[in-house]
Design a protein. Sequence first.
Length: 277
Amino acid sequence: MCRVIAVANQKGGVGKTTTCINLGVALARLGKKVLLVDADPQGQVALGLGFPKKVRVTLKNMLENIIMGLEFDPKEAILKHKEGVEVIPANKLLAGLDVALINVEDREKVLKEYLELLEDDYDYILNTDLSDNDRNNIHLINPLSEEIKRQNGRMDGMDVINAYTAIVKDNIDYDTLIQECRLGDQQYIDEMVELIAETISFKRENMFIGNVEYPYQFVKNKLLKVDSSHIQYVLECLHDNTTKIRSVRAYLLTSIFNAPSTINHYYRAEVNHDLYG
């Protein structure tokens, strides 16, 4: 039977991470199967064990899958360490997840639901909790406190947009895109990030994309799956377009929304054109 232990304290800098790592390694040396889950946006558990600062998949990605009800591999984020422990890392973008949790029913159980998918494979799961030093942090391990609930209730539109902007930039690997894009493309990339963040920030029952009405949650889920390849594809379509675009923002939003469905067809057509003329 797996035992889940939360190493938690409202104050930062009191040794939560150190305790979690040392306890985990000690249990692993006793032959126990141990998973360390970093629920702190500072991401110090993975860093403390020598893993690189930038990792492809983190706790944030796993919890987003739970929130959106997607099918996924719950072990995708796990890193294996030579000391015998396994780690689910975090980074600063975890702090923005509180926005996604605002309208989620039983939001305090999201992490619990995720860990239940892993319990059969471990003897111990150790969690590092958040401190209350950063007012934007979220409590993922224990139920949301009344204070955090009040903070979420005070979030204005720009707070929500800014949080989603950080999530979208992470999803599309924004920094790499900017470094590799053509001259003049950064304005379009920035506009696409802004469009996605604004579109998913304000919840309503339905919304229109390209004159077609969709449920808001469907649009949100689809836009949160957009990655760098989709942004590059939209940029290529924009450069290849020879007709006058009346509304660049509407064109970009529709193209981004449709990108996951049309990207493969587009590149197959490009290959066929190159091969057969």
